[in-house]
Design a protein around this ligand. Structure first.
Ligand code: GLP
Length: 239
């Protein structure tokens, strides 16, 4: 049983480099692994390294999306925002092989996404960022640790963080996301957190003297037996 680890590195680029090594190891150990990818600013250095890593055997890997906005009804293309699928394709998926599973294709049948994830002994590896309010994927504060892939409403803090003025007409107010139970079912989890704006929420989520709480979804990760937290800042547990 692998232990959980807290690794503080010198900068976001180093976090990307070290995380890429863990992913390369996963693919070497299990070429047809099911790996879940996040979006946002945090994974950008990681994806830049993975794009450059020639010789990684992605062809059999099963690639999954962690979450995606739900397009508002009646909104026509071109959308005023970038979908997470577009982001992932641009930043990584269109640069590598593998079998790609887009969560938006399962809006009408989220349970089928859960089934795809659990096939072939997966999910093997979930890569996460963390939101300023402790959300992981789009599991906002209040999310049950038993939650699975589903459509959720987005918190005002998240809408503001992702879109600026959250009252903008035509912007999503919902998303489809893997649930906390879906994520916690993974054999291995890597949480990436970089930038001083993530220090407090990471320290809160992983405070050694507190139990996981529905008020901080990331805190449930403390219970996972194979978690690696990689940051570009020190925090109480990093060694
Ligand atoms: C979004 C995503 C999360 C991501 C978070 C942090 O809400 N749903 O998966 O981890 O924002 O994004 P960033 O890395 O840009 O801070």
């Amino acid at each position: 049983m692998k232990a959980s680890r807290f690794i503080a590195l010198q900068d976001a680029r180093s976090v990307g480099q070290q995380a890429a090594l863990l992913i390369a190891r996963q693919i070497k150990d299990k070429p047809d692994a099911s790996i879940v990818f996040p979006t946002g600013k945090t994974p950008l250095p990681l994806y830049a390294v993975l794009r450059q890593m020639s010789g990684l055997g992605w062809s059999k890997t099963r690639l999954f999306q962690l979450d995606e906005y739900v397009k508002p009804t009646g909104l026509q293309e071109p959308l005023p925002y970038e979908t997470f699928a577009t982001f992932l394709n641009r930043e990584l998926w269109h640069h590598i092989g593998g079998n790609k599973y887009y969560i938006q294709d399962y809006l009408a049948c989220p349970d089928a996404y859960e089934k795809q994830l659990s096939e072939n002994g997966g999910p093997d590896l979930v890569i996460l960022g963390i939101g300023g309010n402790g959300h992981i994927a789009f599991n906002e504060p209040g999310s049950s640790p038993d939650s699975i892939t589903r459509v959720v409403s987005l918190a005002p803090k998240t809408l503001n963080a992702n879109f600026g003025d959250s009252n903008k007409a035509g912007y999503p107010t919902e998303a489809i996301t893997m649930g906390l139970a879906t994520i916690l079912a993974s054999k291995q989890i890597i949480l990436l957190a970089t930038g001083v704006n993530k220090q407090d929420i990471v320290a809160q989520a992983f405070a050694p003297d507190t139990e996981p709480s529905v008020h901080c979804p990331a805190s449930w990760l403390k219970r996972h037996p194979c978690l690696t937290v990689m940051t570009d800042f020190e925090f109480p547990l990093s060694k």
